[in-house]
Design a protein. Structure first.
Length: 676
């Protein structure tokens, strides 16, 4: 039987020895073997740092995003092939799509988020400039730069494609190379994924490496620039977190581990309501998708005591129609667990749960199987229990399979107390249409959850479901759930970067960040900045226009024309009584409009559009006959990859005759490239 290949230090390599056999979850046949014996993981980490890291850091966020997008497209073209391999992990086609399409979706979502939310640059400038001195010559600014290490990911067996990709996307965008270590039982699917990635030739050498088998002495070679992201059991998380290589070097370690996720049915959601049915459907779905092997699956189903029997009856009826068997066989809705070991683990856990409850659906030792041999495949029946919430087991024992326990509760306060007994979870659902109950429970359970999902008739049509982690949102949870955070949009990218507080004078800060800041050098020339193409502009290019007197007639004309006859502009007596103004003042929007009239260059030219303003503040009232001057300064240039234009952010400072700023904002424009 063949050993799975690892991709390390730029080559495909195979470990020595016979390796550990991996089995088809459905037939029990051996699929492949894994061994990392003799592979030099220290050298692989060095290769990532020396080759992959520098290549990625040369690219801007947008260029990395374009590669991620291309990779997503490439994998999408090969997904049928991945589905076929995935079936051998026990996954139905639906399960495979969850894993494979879900993973590709993360790549694409991150690529698109990066283009919108990150600059076309290699450094991320975070937050506003902090003035640190009175004279404006000493400023502070946080910047984020890529860590010069490798993101080592240790994955769980249940998502052999989504797991590696959801960790890869943010690391890659940050400019940090990745070393993928899949869980052995399903490593043959991750191996195929990595072959597709490497063969695509899209990513720079060293950007993605892969080890099939154990990590050996890998952690001994970690440095303070590396990161480790782990998904799996709480006990392994604890072992890895306290590894001397992690502790000694303060390696950024993030874990996502066991989680006793909950769903709570609201007292308003009585049998017959839409919410009651949504709860029943969510619970059944979470039990059966991936045969319940989802870190987010609902383990604890809290139900108002009066409705326990009705919920059990409805869920039992649904589960009775679930056909268990070989993926692809006629009618099969639920596949196998990932391995026979995993089935033993589930049976052991159910035994513990039974001590604090009773099984109301299914038999842990018997299941009718379609299209496969029930003894050779890792099949198990869906198992529903009713438990005692005052016992510890339902809050502590995670049966990582199609297993949930219905638990009665009496009051929202009691429900919140029970929720906390899970000691930290990834996801919770509150199924209710009662805003009072929803608020109390969501805020009550939030400190114990990474994500809380409110489900009712109003959002059900668009809800992505209880169990789906989304690239835009944080995935992780406190305490038992590992204490880490993954994804969460650009937060996940920043996790792989170092935040540094830079203290400097305005010119140095402008040079470091590539952005003009207040107090830095301005450049005025004869050419209007709106007549310059993107390549011809530089931060600091500036135009001073005005003065323009604002008359009573201007204000009254503007009021009549727009319909904005607010008393502060139009009613002498009322304006006089206003404690902020004391007299009639010009509209803020008039000031901004007059400023545009001052700085605009009217003829056709490289400026294609004005797409908004950011941070508009009216700072000082403008009275009749005040004179306005506007200073427009090019602040930041963001060329768009594969577009004939880019974004230009301008600082607009509108001042009065006494030099006082009356309005300040950023004007956002699209400016053509010269060769477009
Ligand atoms: P493990 O914690 O045993 O394994 C997770 C990953 O860690 C695998 O890649 C495994 O590799 C690796 N690993 C294990 N030991 C070490 C070590 N000493 N050094 C380095 N890497 C190590 O979890 P399992 O995948 O076996 O699942 C066991 C239980 O964990 C499940 O039954 C379930 O309760 C829980 N789980 C929770 C998940 C979650 O997301 N919350 C997801 C999956 C499982 P290898 O496979 O090669 O040993």
């Amino acid at each position: 039987m063949t050993l799975l290949r690892s991709h390390l230090s730029g080559t495909w390599q195979t470990g020595s020895g016979d390796g550990r056999p991996l089995y088809d979850a459905v037939t029990g046949d051996e699929v492949a073997r894994v061994s990392a014996e003799g592979l030099d993981l220290g050298a692989a980490l060095a290769h990532g740092r020396r080759t992959g890291g520098p290549a990625l850091r040369e690219l801007t966020f947008h260029q990395r995003a374009a590669l991620l997008k291309a990779l997503g497209g490439h994998l999408r073209e090969h997904r049928e092939e991945l589905y076929a391999v995935s079936a051998r992990t026990g996954a139905t086609l639906g399960d495979s799509k969850f894993d494979i399409d879900g993973g590709i979706g993360v790549l694409l979502a991150y690529a698109s988020k990066a283009k919108r939310e990150l600059p076309n640059d290699t450094v991320f400038v975070e937050g506003a400039v902090e003035p640190l001195g009175r004279g404006g010559s000493f400023l502070g600014q946080h910047v984020l730069t890529p860590r010069h290490g490798v993101a080592v990911q240790v994955n769980a067996f249940n998502f052999p494609v989504w797991g590696p990709l959801e960790k890869l996307a943010p690391a890659f965008l940050a400019g940090v190379p990745t070393l993928i270590k899949p869980a052995s039982p399903t490593a043959f699917l991750t191996a195929r994924l990595v072959e597709l990635i490497v063969d695509s030739g899209l990513l720079p050498d060293g950007a993605v490496q892969f080890v099939a088998g154990s990590l050996g002495d890998c952690f001994d070679h970690l440095t303070g620039q590396d990161l480790v992201s782990f998904t799996g059991s709480a006990s392994t998380a604890q072992t890895l977190r306290s590894h001397p290589g992690i502790v000694r070097n303060s390696v950024r370690f993030s874990a996502e581990a066991d989680s006793l996720n909950l769903a709570a049915l609201g007292p308003d959601a009585t049998p017959g309501t839409e919410e009651f049915d949504l709860f029943v459907t969510a619970l059944t779905t979470e039990m059966t998708v991936k045969a319940g092997q989802k870190c987010t699956a609902i383990r604890r189903a809290f139900v108002p005591r009066a409705h326990v029997d009705a919920v059990v009856e409805a869920v039992t009826a649904r589960l009775a129609s679930v056909v268990v068997g070989a993926p692809g066989a006629e009618g099969v809705r639920m596949g196998a667990l990932a391995s026979l070991d995993q089935r033993e683990e589930v049976r052991r856990s159910v035994k513990a749960l039974r001590d604090a409850g009773r099984i109301v659906f299914g038999d842990p030792d018997r299941v009718e199987v379609t299209g496969a041999d029930a003894d050779r495949g890792a099949f198990v029946s869906p198992l529903l229990l009713v438990g005692d919430p005052d016992r510890a087991e339902p809050h502590e024992v995670e049966a990582f399979g199609p297993v949930s326990t219905v638990l009665p509760y009496d009051t929202p306060a009691q429900l919140i107390d029970y929720a906390a007994r899970g000691q930290g979870s990834l996801a919770g659902s509150v199924v209710s249409a009662d805003p009072g109950f929803v608020r109390e429970v969501v805020l009550g359970v939030a400190p114990f959850h990474g994500r809380v999902h409110v489900l009712n008739a109003r959002d059900a049509g668009e809800s992505t479901g209880h169990g789906s982690p989304l690239p835009q949102l944080v995935h992780g949870g406190p305490g038992r759930a590992g204490g880490g955070e993954e994804m969460g949009g650009v937060r996940g990218v920043f996790h792989h970067m170092q935040r540094t507080a830079v203290q400097a004078d305005p010119d140095s800060l402008a040079a470091i960040t590539g952005r003009w800041v207040t107090g830095a050098q301005r450049y005025t020339t004869d050419v209007h900045p709106f007549r310059r193409h993107l390549e011809e502009l530089r931060p600091g290019d500036c135009l001073v226009a005005g003065p323009r007197r604002v008359t009573r007639e201007d204000v009254e004309h503007f009021a009549e024309f727009t319909g904005d006859t607010f008393y502060a502009h139009m009613d002498e007596a009322a304006a006089a009584a206003n404690p902020l103004f004391g007299q009639r003042v010009a509209h803020g929007y008039l000031v901004v409009s007059l400023a545009a009239g001052l700085f605009v260059d009217p003829d056709p030219g490289p400026v294609l559009a004005n797409f908004g303003v950011d941070g508009l503040r009216f700072l000082t009232p403008v009275r009749f006959d005040d004179e306005l001057t506007v200073t427009l300064t090019c602040k930041q240039l963001t060329p768009r990859e594969s577009a004939g234009y880019g974004e230009v952010r301008w600082d607009a400072d509108v001042t009065r005759q006494d030099g006082e700023s009356v309005a300040r904002y950023d004007v956002l424009t699209l400016v053509a490239k010269k060769d477009a």
